[in-house]
Design a protein around this ligand. Structure first.
Ligand code: SP5
Ligand code: ZN
Length: 342
């Protein structure tokens, strides 16, 4: 399978993540890319190509311009304000305050544009996010021109990024950017299937009122799991989008047998809604050994996952989302892609 990767995705190397009340080395680290690449090479999944640059236009097709501007200037403003550590929000426009005015100070803007405190902004973050969407778009272009599946080794991931919010380690929503580009190229309907452990809140929000992108997510129940405030089964889309968002929340401890039943429902929905392109938000943090998640998929389950995804017979773009630094991240990604190739 054609793979896209950019060394520039490693420009994001945050030093701190606020996790369980402590500042830790981030789970979403550049080493993830090398673990996946090494395993893809070992298992003969490839070739690996560098992306071409796509600029900001496809980003602005799904994200707010002021949000993108904020991401591009945040680190410089944070430094100019004299702060020592990385840019981490500490206050938000929550239920008891106003959200109709965007503050001028970087500390206020940070809370306005962040959906959580888990994602520090650091030098190189914006550049890496740009490279990540270039990886996604280059994968899409390969699939569009050849009909063959492709894998984009995106980093930072994208599915938590909403139209004007970052968080959950995500800045630009790579899957949404690809889906919108496909629509602009003439596809009538695109399906995004999110199999990351966490709910794809950003993807859901971006397309919630639309019927041209079917968004589905199989994930840890937000009653118990990040991002907590979105991802319930009763979120079905609104207006013309009603029926075009489907959530499959599952309890912590879920194994592959149960997970796969939801996958079958999601695949049937994609056929039913007659999508002509499949975008997979591939998180492998459903793995039993993942350090921040709580499903119980085993490595061999990822092979079956790939086979089932391929069974749709649609042109497919598979994009990297979560899955954290354990040796198996590479093994599990390789298995999905091998299963997909048959
Ligand atoms: C792309 C992606 O997978 N983003 C996930 C971001 C999750 N960040 C917050 C994680 C909080 C997890 N808390 C679990 C406690 C385990 N000790
Ligand atoms: Zn995740």
């Amino acid at each position: 399978m054609q793979v896209y990767h950019s060394e520039a995705t490693k420009l994001r190397r945050a030093r701190t993540e606020l996790h369980d009340g402590q500042l830790m080395t981030p789970f979403e680290c550049p080493e993830r890319v090398d673990l996946v690449l090494a395993r893809l090479r070992d298992s003969g999944v490839g070739p690996v190509a560098a992306p071409r640059e796509h600029g900001l236009a496809p980003v602005l097709a799904v994200h707010d311009a002021a949000y993108v501007e904020f991401l591009s200037t945040c680190w410089d403003e944070w430094q100019a304000a004299g702060h020592g550590g990385e840019a981490i929000p500490t206050i938000w426009p929550t239920r008891t305050m106003r959200e109709d005015r965007i503050p001028g100070h970087v500390g206020g803007k940070l809370g306005y544009y962040a959906l959580g405190g888990d994602t520090s902004i650091s030098p190189g973050t914006f550049e890496a996010a740009m490279a990540s969407k270039d990886v996604a778009l280059s994968a899409y272009e390969h699939t569009a021109s050849s009909g063959q599946p492709s894998f984009g080794l995106c980093r930072p991931p994208g599915h938590h990024a909403a139209s004007d919010q970052f968080g959950g380690y995500c800045f630009f929503n790579n899957a949404a950017i690809v889906a919108q580009r496909a629509l602009d190229d003439g596809h009538a309907r695109v399906a995004i299937l999110d199999v990351d452990f966490h709910h794809g809140n950003g993807t859901q929000q971006i397309f919630y009122g639309r019927d041209d992108v079917l968004t589905q997510s199989i994930h840890g129940d937000p009653d118990q799991c990040f991002p907590y405030y979105l991802g319930h089964a009763d979120e079905k889309g609104e207006g013309p989008g009603l029926g075009y968002n489907v959530n499959y929340p599952l309890p912590p401890g879920t194994d592959y047998a149960t997970w796969r039943e939801r996958l079958e429902l999601a695949l049937a929905e994609i056929s039913d809604k007659q999508a002509s392109l499949l975008v997979v938000s591939l998180g492998v943090d459903t793995f039993e050994g993942d350090p921040i998640s709580s499903f119980r998929l085993k490595s061999d389950d990822f092979l079956d996952m790939g086979r089932r995804l391929a069974s749709l017979g649609l042109p497919s773009v598979i994009l990297m989302e979560g899955g954290y630094a354990v040796e198996e991240i590479g093994v599990n990604v390789a298995k999905v892609l091998q299963g997909f190739q048959g």
